[in-house]
Design a protein around this ligand. Structure first.
Ligand SMILES: NC(=O)c1ccc[n+]([C@@H]2O[C@H](COP(=O)([O-])OP(=O)(O)OC[C@H]3O[C@@H](n4cnc5c(N)ncnc54)[C@H](OP(=O)(O)O)[C@@H]3O)[C@@H](O)[C@H]2O)c1
Length: 373
């Protein structure tokens, strides 16, 4: 057997902006990414420095936030070095380790980047070993127990600033991006755990509307923002109520319209502005004056701010799932194939986030090993 690994890396060649989509015209000098072949010689004693791991990617987490991690503009993560693989979180297997903490065969969650194989420092932020036997599939570490679920949890329990979250029977919530990874968990938390009076759940298309409605106990009103009758449907669903807490993942026109239905002293939890990731003008909050007239609070956050609480949050979520209050089988995954020859489609597959290709957590499978679930 050859001791050379023929790897492929999607190099972030031209950093992105929030003014335009990624450029997938790989022949052009402005292409966002280029695909490169890389060899790793396992016989090379200098292959790994102390504390480095050679990993094989198994699954990529497709996150809208990557558009920001790849950006020219400063963000909340350190910029990646020039001519390196595009940052991405995911799950990988350790092939070789020069480490006292990791060994060959370990499965890890980390910033593994868009590479079939890659060398990463073990001390890299957000790297940890996972137990492959704990769930029926490794992808559960990205979906049910992934950072998007943690984002949903802190949106509801911390940033919504409810004094008694699980006693919210009189409350009305609005969630945009409701059929996605963060949104679908949030809808379940508001509808089932907090037992809300109403959850208005905004998503694109009939199928997604049906899905989000299935996440509640008759208290979720799915609203298709792509439908011509969206505003009428919204008015019908909200009736004479007003919104207590609006968890916004989209911004722009949906935010403008919905802000008129917030209660005085209501709260917007600002999780993301996906409407503007490819054209920042589309995320603009034109009805900003509602913040004054309704005396609103807007609170943004980044989930990693709360990393110290993650073990307790996971413990609480596990109890909610075990007791059946949250139905884990309804936390969907959309897993697409980026293995083998399909590795060349990785950027296109990721870009599907902006046309709603996913319901629930959007994952690219990189491994072609059928035994890895
Ligand atoms: N603050 C944090 O720490 C944090 C952490 C995780 C995620 N986020 C943010 O939370 C949001 C959701 O992330 P996610 O990982 O759960 O992604 P996701 O919701 O699973 O996937 C993105 C979804 O957004 C919807 N979408 C795309 N373009 C849209 C547009 N122009 N208008 C309305 N909806 C649009 C699509 O669904 P439809 O078919 O319904 O259009 C798509 O499926 C993103 O804004 C992300 O940046 C923030």
């Amino acid at each position: 057997m050859s001791n050379v690994i023929n790897a492929q890396h999607w190099i972030l060649e031209n950093k992105t902006t929030f003014d335009q989509p990624i450029n997938l015209n790989y022949g052009s000098k402005d292409a966002t990414f280029i695909l490169e072949d890389v060899k790793y010689d396992l016989n090379d004693s200098k292959l790994l420095k102390k504390g480095e791991l050679l990993i094989e990617s198994l699954f990529f987490s497709n996150d809208p936030a990557q558009k920001g991690w790849w950006s020219k503009q400063p963000g909340y993560v350190a910029p990646s070095p020039p001519h390196s693989p595009a940052p991405s979180r995911g799950i990988a297997k350790v092939i070789k380790a020069n480490s006292e903490n990791y060994k060959e065969g370990d499965i890890i969650s980390s910033n593994i980047n868009w590479a079939t194989h890659n060398i990463i420092p073990e001390a890299q932020f957000g790297t940890y070993k996972i137990d492959p036997t704990r769930f029926d599939s490794l992808t559960k570490y990205l979906s049910v127990f992934g950072s998007t679920t943690l984002t949903a949890y802190v949106s509801a329990y911390k940033y919504a600033e409810l004094t008694d979250p699980e006693n919210s029977q009189d409350k009305v919530f609005l969630v945009t991006g409701a059929a996605g990874a963060v949104g679908a968990v949030l809808v379940q938390i508001f509808a089932k755990v907090f037992k809300a009076k109403k959850v208005l759940a905004v998503a694109g298309g009939d199928e997604k509307v049906k899905y989000v409605e299935s996440l509640g106990n008759g208290n979720v009103y799915g609203l298709d923002y792509k439908s011509k009758t969206y505003k009428e449907d919204f008015a019908k669903a909200i009736g004479d109520d007003k919104i207590d807490v609006y968890v916004d993942q989209v911004g722009g026109e949906i935010l403008d319209h919905a802000s008129f239905f917030l209660k005085d002293f209501g709260r917007i939890v600002q999780v993301g502005t996906i409407a503007g990731y490819n054209d920042i003008s589309k995320a603009a909050f034109k009805a900003y004056s509602n913040v004054v007239t309704k005396r609103l609070s807007i609170r943004g956050f980044i989930v990693s701010d709360d990393r110290e609480q993650f073990p307790q949050i996971i413990q609480h979520l596990s109890e909610l799932i075990k007791s059946g209050v949250i139905d884990a089988s309804k936390i969907k995954e959309t897993v697409v194939d980026g293995s083998g020859e399909n590795f060349k489609k990785v950027p296109e597959l990721w870009n599907g986030l902006f046309s709603g290709k996913n319901t629930g957590k959007y994952i690219t499978r990189v491994t072609s090993d059928p035994n890895i679930k």
